[in-house]
Design a protein around this ligand. Structure first.
Ligand SMILES: [Zn+2]
Length: 347
């Protein structure tokens, strides 16, 4: 046997061993990889289980009793939040309600999250005849209690009378439409139920916040505060329940040269600037109350161009369908008027 053929045989054996070892290595690698993937899959399964949604959404009804006019669709005033899905208010469902006849009904309001957890609540709904004699928008100013605040003229209302008025409205299920609903009512887009009323309080002074707001909260009755923002804008507090913040101008509650309000003396640009400041101070006001009730075409154009949708004068009367949205009348509430006078003014 020659030396070269022996070397050749040795080399062949070595490469067979090497191949064998390589094959084993590949097999081990494959097993490790498969096992790894299996574990990963199991881990992922566990994870999915951990974050799976088992909590039903939170459903909040905004009204104790809902009130709707005959023939109108009932729209639930409710919100829904889920711990996993977030805000799911748009998923709220309402059981069918026949609004063709008067009465008191229960509807079921429900909401379901993506995982199928469901929350249900019952809402009382009063279906009532339509408002057909105009909407009273009440005008208040100041309040007195004969301890901290005292009557100066008939624009000052005894806080006990205010309490009695709100008690009456609550016990008789009066409906308090939003400004958007008032606007839609004027446009003929919706019908309001009878016994609808809106409360407005001019100027936004301390007696309103100290005396009237606690009464509104006690009876859960909303009222709009028309604030003169350069005087009382610092009181703006969006957290204050039942107060709707709207504008009585920023700094136009002063007389001009002719004794008339600044709003009918100032230029268009001055008015627009004032309205913008007032609206910004109040987090986006778009309903207005003319200082002293003074207005002209210039003032109206400035309001329209500044995205205000409604404006109130101090003229007496109710708001009717097709009313001029920038010359709206109100019903004045004066001190010393009897309760039966008050009832007549809102019924
Ligand atoms: Zn005023």
């Amino acid at each position: 046997m020659s030396g070269s053929s022996r070397r050749k045989r040795v080399r062949t054996r070595n490469s067979r061993v090497l191949l064998f070892l390589l094959a084993i290595l590949v097999i081990v690698l494959v097993i490790v990889l498969i096992n790894n993937n299996k574990n990963k899959g199991e881990d992922e399964e566990n994870k999915v289980e951990e974050i799976s949604d088992k909590t039903a959404p939170e459903l909040v009804l905004k009204e104790e009793k809902a009130i709707v006019a005959i023939g109108e669709d009932y729209k639930a005033k409710a919100t829904a939040k889920d711990d996993i899905d977030g805000d799911i208010t748009d998923k709220i469902k309402v059981s069918t309600l026949d609004t063709s006849k008067e009465g008191e009904f229960d509807v079921v309001i429900s909401v379901e999250d993506k995982a199928g957890n469901k929350t249900e609540k019952t809402q009382k709904v009063i279906v009532r005849e339509q408002l057909d004699n105009g909407l009273p928008v009440l005008m208040y100013h100041f309040f007195y209690d004969n301890s901290k605040y005292f009557k100066e003229d008939n624009n000052w209302l005894d806080i006990n009378d205010f309490d009695e008025q709100l008690k009456y409205m609550t016990e008789n299920n009066f409906y308090f439409p939003t400004w958007d609903e008032v606007s839609d009512y004027i446009d003929g887009k919706i019908k309001l139920p009878s016994k609808s009323v809106v409360l407005t309080v001019d100027d936004g002074d301390a007696s309103f916040f100290d005396l009237a707001v606690p009464v509104m909260q006690k009876y859960k009755v909303p009222a709009t505060s028309f604030v003169i923002t350069s005087w009382y804008g610092w009181r703006y507090n969006p957290e204050l329940e039942y107060v709707v913040w709207e504008s009585h101008s920023h700094d136009m509650h002063e007389s001009g040269a002719n004794g008339k309000g600044r709003m009918v003396n100032w230029t268009y640009d001055q008015i627009v600037k004032d309205l913008k400041t007032s609206s910004e101070t109040l987090g986006g006001a778009n309903v207005f109350c003319y200082p002293f009730g003074h207005y002209n075409n210039n003032a109206i154009k400035a309001l329209e161009d500044s995205n205000y949708i409604l404006a109130f004068t101090v003229e007496g009367g109710r708001v009717n369908k097709n009313a001029d949205k920038f010359k709206l009348p109100r019903v004045r509430v004066s001190d010393g008027n009897s309760m039966s006078y008050f009832k007549k003014s809102i019924d």
